[in-house]
Ligand binder design. Structure first.
Ligand code: EPU
Length: 342
């Protein structure tokens, strides 16, 4: 007989979200196996509770206690599952730490994910917002994932197309939000590896290190150094990475803004639209380093909101709203939040 689920009540989530917000879960369960998910779905009481599926808690803003069931994915394991002449497929269980997984792939001599080093969070959460940094994003290397669907009560495999990946977006922020738990994720790593130095700051960092022909580990080391320099370590200062997405505008809108603000930082997209650096705009509005109560704007990267001590989700949202109002008034651009807000 399989062991019963261990349910906990009134559990503080402070250590389980990188903002360090002290919201409580009414009911909490640590999920290690598919059998645990099946047991939850089959339970007449548990299956009716609203669900919050928690990975590393690094892209989450808790604005209140969670009245229902929090499922903390803690399943671990990573393995090479298949090889061909073109690629190697690796699979990781959802509860593995993302950065440790990236380091593991590099240690196996399997490059590809190095530009995504040191992103906080778990492997299972990575597809939800299609994590990206330094010229690369998860979707490029994604092969497939296995999920448990609480409606059909079955496991199922999704391909890249099924996931509807977009910029910091996927089906898991929409149709499958809280309906499906990601169990494991597989990646296809190409055998023909080329360094990805599209992101100017990364190329500059490697040049400063006198590295002209970088290995994947050289790139990982450079990315880690840039991140440590610019982004707050959640273990020290609570935060959820970029709080806003970089907004995308039409070429016309961009031209108008550029005429007025020649320093505007922007990135042309393949469809002719232009992505604007929200961090630059927020900085221009004078928010960098400022605070509103216990919610602050990071001193070195205006896109990151931080916990100055005992912050609530409501205080973070109040600050975010003021910042959005200022950016809209000055640049005529609406900012969208990046973390999942509960
Ligand atoms: N900038 C400023 N002031 C600031 C912040 C940025 O002037 O306070 C300028 C920078 O000088 C640069 C431009 O804005 O010219 C862009 O800044 P940065 O290179 O730091 O990147 P970002 O657009 O602010 C995005 C991602 C990050 C990712 C970096 C590197 C989003 C929402 N954010 O930030 O992702 O690490 O690029 O690729 O797309 C995350 O999603 O949580 C995250 C940290």
């Amino acid at each position: 007989m399989k062991p019963a689920l261990t349910l906990l009540h009134d559990v503080s989530l402070r250590e389980l979200n990188t903002f360090g917000i002290d919201a409580h879960a009414h009911t909490f369960v640590s999920v290690q196996t598919v059998a645990d998910l099946e047991a939850i779905a089959a339970d007449p009481q548990l299956s009716l509770l609203p669900r919050l599926i928690l990975g590393g808690g690094s892209n989450l803003l808790l604005t209140k206690d969670v009245a229902g069931l929090v499922l903390h994915m803690t399943n671990t394991g990573r393995v090479v599952v298949g090889e061909s002449e073109q690629q190697v497929i690796v699979r990781s269980e959802a509860g593995e730490n993302w950065h440790d997984f990236v380091q593991w792939t590099l240690a196996q001599g399997l490059p590809g994910l190095e530009n995504l080093s040191l992103i906080p969070g778990s492997v299972g959460a990575a597809p939800i917002q299609n994590i990206g940094a330094y010229g690369s994003e998860l979707a490029e290397f994604f092969h497939s994932l296995t999920l448990f669907d609480f409606v059909t009560r079955e496991t199922r495999v999704l391909s890249r197309d099924d996931c509807h990946f977009g910029y910091r977006d996927s089906i898991f922020k929409h149709a499958l939000r809280d309906r499906a738990a990601i169990i494991n994720v597989s990646f296809a790593l190409p055998r023909q590896w080329h360094p990805n130095l599209r992101y100017a700051e990364l190329a500059t960092e490697l040049a400063a290190r006198n590295v002209s022909d970088p290995t994947a580990q050289d790139i990982a080391d450079a990315v880690i150094a840039i991140r440590r320099r610019k982004l707050p370590d959640p273990a020290q200062i609570g935060n959820a990475g970029s709080f806003f997405k970089n907004p995308v505008v039409s070429a016309e809108h961009h031209a108008q803004l550029l005429a007025k603000y020649p320093q505007l930082v922007s990135y042309p997209q393949s469809d002719g639209s232009i992505k604007l650096a929200a961090g630059w705009m927020i900085d221009q509005c004078g928010w960098k380093g400022r605070s509103l109560g216990a919610a602050g704007v990071h001193e070195r990267q205006a896109l990151v909101l931080v916990n100055r001590g005992g912050v609530t989700g409501a205080a973070v949202l109040a600050l975010a709203e003021k910042i959005s109002d200022d950016v809209r008034a000055r640049f005529g651009v609406s900012l969208e939040t990046e973390p999942v807000i509960v």
